[in-house]
Design a protein around this ligand. Structure first.
Ligand code: SF4
Ligand code: SF4
Length: 307
């Protein structure tokens, strides 16, 4: 076995590894999605990222009605309706997913070793080099699995891969100080400048997030501030302006990204047997987003619409 100066057998839980992405950082990238997040943003478009353990998903459109799942469930959690799973009884043993050849039932999330992730990443190294791309760790919140994340980042650095992180910044300061120096670019989400509203919409206040953004800026790592624009929640000009002023005060902020709300995550809530929290909210108009972008640029920041 090859000996590394990082823990190649360290383990963490991921829910996806996506190759050939042109989002979430420069060039062509592999996105590594960590499972588990300390926030509960009402608009989250990755609901499968919230819980840190594997979950059972059900997609009714794939079901061919073979009935195999009923036969194998040890707890009687399979039921004959459009939800298919009684989540109070399900222990996520995965037996139903094993026999579901139509892939209507699937287990979302599994344990990976650092070695496995690096092997996946290495398949595309040639494309990163040519396109100026690399790897983006995302989620969920990667900082919520600090030991695994650190081992993974050290492994990626040993392969000379450009590393970006997409983060809420919600972690202990010691984690920030240990992890961020291993990163080339931080995509830092700022969701609301008013802490009470932040708590109302995401489950936590924004003080720790703002403090850690200052710590990150002090470490001299390039930062892109990203704001999800959610109509009726954080899309007022006053809130976006306050975020721009905060970004300016940080220093080291390269760009400001406005991420317009979309409903692409809605079907994932159904798959997990959860209710979509923003029923009825419509995406912002192109005109509103362009006006906000203009305002951001009037402060001398480069603004991009979308990530
Ligand atoms: S095993 Fe899969 S395809 Fe068959 S009934 Fe169950 S969910 Fe449907
Ligand atoms: S994961 Fe296991 S407990 Fe849950 S529904 Fe499937 S077979 Fe039953």
């Amino acid at each position: 076995m090859i000996k590394h100066d990082y823990d190649s057998l360290a383990q963490g839980t991921l829910f996806d590894i996506q190759r050939f992405s042109i989002h979430d950082g420069p060039g062509i990238r592999t996105l590594v999605f960590f499972k588990g997040c300390p926030l509960r943003c009402l608009w989250c478009d990755n609901p499968e990222s919230l819980v840190s353990t594997p979950e059972l998903g059900f997609s009714i459109q794939n079901c061919i009605g073979c009935g195999q799942c009923f036969k194998v469930c040890p707890t009687g959690a399979i039921k004959d309706d459009e939800e298919r799973v009684d989540r109070r009884k399900c222990i996520v043993c995965g037996r139903c997913a094993e026999v579901c050849y139509a892939r209507a039932l699937t287990i979302i999330g599994r344990t990976y070793t650092v070695e496995e992730v690096i092997a996946e990443v290495k398949k595309d190294i040639m494309f990163y080099r040519r396109s100026g791309g690399g790897v983006t760790v995302s989620g969920g919140e990667p900082l919520a699995q600090p030991e695994f994340l650190e081992a993974l980042l050290r492994g990626l650095r040993s392969e000379n891969v450009h590393i970006a992180i997409e983060t809420t910044g919600y972690a202990r300061e010691e984690v920030i100080r240990k992890i961020f120096p291993l990163i080339d670019l931080i995509l830092y989400d700022i969701k609301h400048m008013d802490s009470e509203k932040h708590r109302q919409y995401t489950g936590v206040g924004n003080e720790r997030i703002h403090h850690n953004a200052r710590v990150a800026a002090g470490l001299g790592i390039p930062i892109i501030i990203r704001v999800p624009v959610i109509p009726g929640y954080n899309d007022s000009e006053a809130n976006i302006r306050a975020t721009v002023l905060f970004a300016q005060e940080l220093g080291g902020v390269r760009e400001f990204h406005l991420l317009p709300y979309h409903r692409l995550g809605q079907s994932k809530y159904r798959k997990l047997g959860r209710k979509y929290p923003l029923e009825g909210v419509k995406p912002p108009s192109q005109q509103q987003i362009e006006q906000l972008a203009k305002m951001v640029e009037s402060y001398g920041l480069k603004c991009r619409i979308g990530g």
